[in-house]
Ligand binder design. Structure first.
Ligand SMILES: NC(=O)c1ccc[n+]([C@@H]2O[C@H](COP(=O)([O-])OP(=O)(O)OC[C@H]3O[C@@H](n4cnc5c(N)ncnc54)[C@H](OP(=O)(O)O)[C@@H]3O)[C@@H](O)[C@H]2O)c1
Length: 231
C-alpha cells in the first residue's frame, strides 16, 4: 500500500520539489495549493510515476478551506500517513525588530505558525488512521535561537515558535507512535530564498529524510540533511 503524503504549499519551490521526489519514490502525493490552478499547472510539470499526484485546494490560513480539504481527503483516501507543513511566507530581512511593522509580523505568524497548528489539528483524525504517522514541519535555521543574528525578526520569531510547537506536538503524540520533527531545507534558490541559494534537490532531500523515517526513528528534533541542528 502506497504511503499517502500531503504537502502544503506544493505549487512551487521546496514544496513542489518534495512532491516530485516523493512521487519518484512511489508515494501518493496530495499536492495542496491555495490556488487550485497553480497547483494543477505545477503538478503537470512533475514526471510520471511510480507514485501518483492529486491536487487539492487548501489555504493554510483559512479554516473553511482546511476543513474542506480534510473532508475531501477523508472521503477519497480515508487516512493520511505523512503531513508536510511546508507553506511559509516572508523572509523579512528588510525589517528591524525595533521598527518592525507588527501587522506584517502578525501575517507571518498567521501562516508560518498558526497555519501549521490549524492544519495539524484538522488532519489529526486522518493521521491517526495511519500505521506509521509522521508530521514534518518545514522550519529554518533562522528560527534557531542559538544562532539568531537579529535579521528577519518576524520570520525568525515565527520559525522559533514553530520549533516549540514541533516539540510540544511530538511529546503529546509520542505514545500514539507519531514521529514529529522540524526540518530546515538549507538556503535554497526559490522565490523566497533568492538566487544566491543552492539548488532545489538537496533542499527537497533534507525534508524527504524526515518523511521517510523508520517507525523507530527520532521524534521532537530539529534537523538538516539528517543531522541535528541547535534549537
Ligand atoms: N528557500 C529557502 O532558502 C528556505 C530556507 C529555510 C526554510 N525555508 C522554508 O521552506 C518552506 C518553503 O519555502 P520556499 O523557499 O519553497 O518558498 P516559496 O518558493 O516562496 O514557496 C512558498 C509556498 O508556500 C505557499 N503558501 C504561502 N502562503 C500560503 C497559504 N496561506 N496557504 C497555502 N500555501 C501558502 C506558496 O503558495 P503561493 O504560490 O500561492 O504563494 C508557495 O507554494 C517555507 O516554510 C520556508 O520558510 C526555505
Amino acid at each position: 500500500m502506497s504511503t499517502i503524503t500531503l504537502i502544503t504549499g506544493g505549487n512551487r519551490g521546496i514544496g513542489l520539489e518534495v512532491s516530485r521526489q516523493l512521487i519518484a519514490k512511489g508515494h501518493t502525493v496530495l499536492l495542496t495549493s491555495r490556488d487550485l490552478e497553480k497547483g494543477q499547472k505545477a503538478a503537470a510539470t512533475i514526471p510520471e510515476g511510480p507514485g501518483q499526484v492529486f491536487v487539492i485546494e487548501m489555504d493554510v490560513t483559512n479554516t473553511d478551506s482546511i476543513n474542506a480539504a480534510r473532508d475531501d481527503i477523508q472521503a477519497r483516501f480515508g487516512r493520511l500517513d505523512v503531513l508536510v507543513n511546508n507553506a511559509g511566507i516572508d523572509y523579512d530581512r528588510d525589517q528591524n525588530v525595533l521598527s518592525a511593522d507588527l501587522d506584517r509580523v502578525r501575517r507571518i505568524l498567521e501562516t508560518n505558525l498558526f497555519g501549521v497548528w490549524s492544519v495539524t489539528n484538522a488532519f489529526l483524525p486522518l493521521l491517526r488512521e495511519s500505521d506509521n504517522p509522521r508530521i514534518v514541519n518545514v522550519s529554518s535555521e533562522a528560527g534557531s535561537i542559538a544562532g539568531i543574528e537579529g535579521w528577519a525578526p518576524g520570520y525568525s520569531t515565527s520559525k522559533a515558535a514553530l520549533n516549540a510547537l514541533t516539540v510540544i506536538t511530538a511529546k503529546e503524540l509520542r505514545r500514539e507512535g507519531f514521529l514529529v520533527n522540524a526540518v530546515c531545507p538549507g538556503w535554497i534558490a526559490t522565490d523566497m530564498g533568492g538566487p544566491g541559494g543552492g539548488p532545489l534537490p538537496p533542499g527537497g532531500r533534507s525534508v524527504v529524510w524526515a518523511v521517510e523515517l523508520p517507525k523507530d526513528g527520532p521524534t521532537g528534533g530539529f534537523y538538516q540533511n539528517g543531522r541535528r541542528l541547535e534549537w
